[in-house]
Design a protein around this ligand. Structure first.
Ligand code: FAD
Length: 415
């Protein structure tokens, strides 16, 4: 739809009353072929790919709040595929490739900006470990380049390069295809396209229990009544263990608060994503000019979406150690999301111990980048009742077989 300047001004004054809705606000039907619990990026992408790739459109996404109101709308939007193990590299790189075409696929601008993701080395030892890391990425077919201190000075001039720097910058490495995307747009774009294909998106609809028969799940109880379905996908991030408890099994997950911070907008100063494992801080600059800052977990289990003060202090002091010139910057906002942490920092993906229940969780601090591939593989698993080859190694059975995929070192700051 095209708007003249006059009609745009009119819409702004009347609160955009006449703009078409991006997705239908559906009322729940009594039965669906597939029910997805959780309207974050993974749930919405799953619904979209079920309809688009598999022709399954009698699907409901049930969201207890508003879509994207969980971690999908709370994260720092970093997209990368700089993992160590072949299984993770193949999965996350598939996700980056889907991100590369996502604005066109959804006809919705998700503002994917491949500005490059830099990991800093603060010592010779850091650099040796990063050489190993960058080589592992290349062996997995993922782009990576080691950077010298001089290259770093030209890429990120605002870092502290003085001889007295607490954490001297000796180099690092870059994944040039890494970057950021607009988180809300990813949720809204998938929601709009899924809705257009016939998926029902139902907000303010909390799943409060499950209907189990002799042959597995046969429905869900919700705050808007009972809904029947023999296939239920769980994409509830930090609340996955609560749903598993209702189904009578336990997940090896712990929920923690992870915080993020946004500064007042300033002129362009940082056109890369920069992460320092030593200070425990990473940051990027948004298109609006705000610095988007992330750090480590609040290190105790919690369902609070606020976060504690010691972490605020650790992140801000870490940022100032890296960028002393930001000391006069004012913070605009701070918040937290409830993330689902697994011991080996690898997601849990597969059929649950209850027939008809499909799991997609354990993304911890890094599942935004995984949304397109997570939805793609989850849709395949639900449609075909077998794991997609890209997620076959991520099943629950890895905890009994001892086949853990330990990606803690590549999980950024918090894991
Ligand atoms: P969510 O977006 O949390 O969606 C789950 C939904 O389920 C929620 O909307 C919730 O309301 C709903 N729900 C829960 N229980 C029920 C119920 N009983 N009934 C109905 N609905 C229910 N990842 C990256 O890749 N890059 C980053 O830079 C990054 N930074 C992060 C920074 C922060 C501060 C946080 C908190 C996370 C960050 N992450 C990052 C992680 C990323 O945000 C998550 O892994 C990802 O968004 C998970 O998506 P999801 O769809 O699984 O979960």
């Amino acid at each position: 739809m095209r708007y003249s300047l006059y009609s745009l001004a009119k819409q702004a004054i009347n609160g955009h009353r006449d703009w078409p809705k991006a997705w239908r606000n559906a009322a729940p039907k009594s039965r669906y072929d597939v029910v997805i619990v959780g309207g974050g990026g993974h749930g919405l992408a799953t619904a979209y790919y079920l309809a688009k790739n598999h022709g399954i459109t009698n699907v409901a996404v049930l969201e207890k709040g508003w879509i994207g109101g969980g971690n999908t709308g709370r994260n720092t939007t970093v997209v990368r595929s700089n993992y160590l193990f072949p299984e993770s590299a193949a999965f996350y790189d598939h996700s980056v490739k889907l991100y590369e075409g996502l604005s066109r696929e959804l006809n919705y601008n998700i503002m994917f900006s491949q500005r490059g993701m830099i990991t800093l080395a603060h010592s010779r030892h850091d650099l040796e470990a990063q050489r190993r890391w960058a080589n592992a990425m290349r062996l997995n077919g993922v782009d990576s380049d080691l950077l010298t201190r001089e290259q770093m000075q030209s890429y990120v001039p605002a870092l502290d390069y003085s001889p007295s720097a607490r954490f001297p910058v000796v180099g690092g490495f870059i994944q040039r295809r890494g970057g950021t995307a607009r988180h809300d747009a990813v949720a809204w774009g998938y929601a709009r396209s899924a809705s257009a294909l016939g998926v029902d998106i139902i907000q303010n609809c909390e799943v409060t229990g499950f209907e189990l028969g002799s042959d597995g799940v046969c429905g869900v109880h919700t705050s808007q009544g009972k809904i029947s379905s023999g296939k239920v996908g769980l994409t509830a991030a930090g609340h996955s263990t609560l749903l598993a408890n209702q189904l009578g099994f336990r997940l090896p997950l712990t929920s923690y608060a992870l915080q993020a911070f946004v500064s007042e907008p300033i002129k362009p100063i940082l056109d890369k994503v920069v992460l320092s494992p030593a200070t425990g801080v990473y940051l990027s600059q948004s298109d609006k000019g705000e610095l988007v800052i992330g750090g480590g977990l609040d290190l105790y289990a919690s369902y609070a979406q606020r976060g504690n003060l010691p972490t605020v202090e650790a992140v801000t002091s870490g940022m100032l150690t890296m960028f002393p010139s930001f000391s006069r910057l004012r913070m605009l906002r701070q918040w937290a999301g409830v993330v689902d942490i697994v011991h080996d920092s690898t997601p849990i993906f597969g059929q649950a111990p209850v027939k008809g229940i499909y799991l997609n969780c354990g993304w911890g601090t890094g599942g935004f980048k995984a949304i397109p591939a997570g939805g793609w593989c989850m849709a395949h698993m639900i449609a075909k009742a077998e794991p997609h080859p890209l997620t076959a190694a991520f099943g629950l059975d890895r905890f009994t077989k001892g086949a853990l995929i330990d990606e803690a070192a590549a999980s950024g700051i918090a894991h």
